[in-house]
Design a protein around this ligand. Structure first.
Ligand code: NAP
Length: 448
């Protein structure tokens, strides 16, 4: 049984990662065990909310507002934010296992799935984790400094992240009003001389992974217009086989294809959708990307094949938005092929669990992580009931605090975060909700 406080059995949970999956799991744990649970939510950064802060696009403030719900959870007495602590470095997984009944990995998928083609290491070639992290002020990517002074950008992938990147590259400074895009990104975007942004998909219009609302936004930009070549679209009647959401997305592509040339005249940037093109090699001049070799593909019997034809797209900036991988942590079984923790419906090993993208890979919306959080807590409750967990008492946060003392760890608390947040809000340019600190040392300084 867990540590007893009077007649109560206290459950001690460590959640690694303070993004949506982490906070939804904490909320679920509170619903499951009420006052009989203590939850420590760890983050390697001194600031909470993971993907909400550094993944969700800065001009999607209504999505970011979900963090208010997480704040409600964070402010409960039985939940603590343990920021600026890196699990695997400052504290090992084995140590956490010894201190808490269950350790839940909610670490997301912060690394780019590699493009893995020749030339992908050339300058001005980025993965979306890095590029999105740059304009969203993630400390790891604050110094990226992409060069936007060429004419042609190519974005690989036809998911919502590709749309985010295309939209951010297309917007004017005025269109970022009300967003929390970081100043260093706005300054570089101001230098942009991009004229054409190609979004490259290896399959066709019916296979895009973009959702209707996000696709629709591309049709309402002040200096950019989307282009779809009408001949690339399948006959309209074929859309009937699509599920309703996908049909709406394809309807947007059809509306882009129908934009008359007269309405394109004012646009200085064209966002072109190129289908059935697989990236083969990044070409460069003087160590810098200058083109992308693309192989024409076709779907035959549902299988993707190359036709043998190739072409080179001019390219001065390449951003590959083809998905993400979870970071392995020493001592935690990892599924290399899937790029996430090896798990059976959230269970990794007795006492170790995964939730959110760290469990299922990078798919779904923010909201998908809520049922995920509730599901992992159900599994943990089952494991308490079956005796897999709770066999020997755990010390929980008191034991961790001792480690903090011994190792002189500089833990950032939720109260500290509120001070950092206040400083970010004070520093906001006019009309913006905040100006984020983009360096860890500046975040730490702001809480003092
Ligand atoms: P995604 O939706 O899985 O899209 C990845 C794209 O990359 C697909 O078009 C895929 O094509 C393509 N791709 C993968 N490997 C490739 C390769 N080797 N060469 C060329 N193309 C390749 O991933 P995502 O855009 O990173 O988004 C991740 C998740 O976050 C999604 O669930 C997304 O909806 C969500 N998200 C939501 C929002 C929002 O709601 N506003 C914003 C951003 C992200 P195939 O289909 O051919 O594999």
């Amino acid at each position: 049984m867990g540590l007893e406080e009077g007649v109560r059995i206290m459950r001690h949970l460590a959640i690694i990662g303070s993004g949506p999956a982490g906070y939804y799991s904490a909320e679920a744990a509170q619903k499951q065990w009420g006052d009989d649970v203590r939850i420590d939510i760890f983050d390697r950064l001194p600031v909470p909310y993971g993907l909400i802060r550094t993944g969700v696009a800065p001009d999607h403030q209504s999505i970011k507002a979900v963090s208010r719900r997480y704040e409600k959870t964070a402010l409960s007495d039985n939940v603590r934010f343990v920021g600026n602590v890196s699990v695997g470095q400052d504290v090992t997984v084995d140590e956490l296992k010894g201190l808490y009944d269950a350790v839940i990995f909610a670490t997301g998928a912060p690394n780019d799935r590699p493009l893995a083609i020749p030339g992908d290491d050339l300058a001005n070639v980025y993965g979306s984790a890095a590029f999105v992290g740059w304009y969203n002020g993630h400390p790891q990517f604050a110094t990226l400094d992409p060069d936007l002074t060429g004419k042609n950008a190519v974005i690989i992938g036809m998911g919502n992240v590709a749309l985010d990147v295309a939209r951010i590259l297309s917007k004017t400074r005025a269109e970022f009003e009300g967003s929390d895009i970081v100043a260093h990104a706005l300054d570089v975007l101001d230098t942009s001389r991009l004229e054409k942004i190609t979004i490259l998909g290896r399959r066709g219009p019916h296979q895009i992974a973009m959702t209707p609302k996000e696709l629709g936004e591309l049709g309402h930009l002040s200096r950019a217009t989307p282009r779809v070549t009408p001949a690339d679209l399948p006959p309209e009647g074929d859309d009937a086989v699509l599920e309703p959401g996908q049909r709406k997305s394809v309807a947007h592509l059809r509306s882009f294809a129908a934009i008359p040339e007269s309405l394109r005249a004012d646009a200085t940037i064209e966002v072109e959708f190129r289908f059935f093109g697989a990236p083969k090699a990044v070409l460069g001049e003087n160590g810098r990307v200058s083109g992308l070799e693309v192989a024409e593909t076709a779907l035959t019997g549902g299988k993707l094949v190359e036709t043998g034809k190739t072409e080179v797209l001019p390219c001065d900036l390449l951003v590959s938005c083809i998905g993400y991988r979870t970071s392995p942590i020493p001592g935690v079984p990892f599924d290399e092929r899937m790029g996430r923790f090896a798990n059976d419906d959230g269970r990794i090993l007795p006492g170790l669990y995964a939730v959110g993208w760290a469990r299922r890979g990078p798919s779904g919306t923010i909201g998908t992580n809520r049922p995920d959080g509730f599901s992992v807590i159900d599994k943990i409750q089952e494991d308490f009931e079956s005796g897999v967990l709770g066999q020997s008492p755990r010390e929980g946060r008191a034991g961790f605090d001792r480690l903090v003392e011994q190792r002189k760890l500089d833990v950032v608390t939720f109260r500290d975060w509120k001070k950092i947040e206040e400083a970010e809000e004070k520093a906001a340019r006019e009309g913006a909700p905040r100006e984020k600190f983009v360096h860890v040392e500046h975040m730490i300084k702001a809480r003092n």
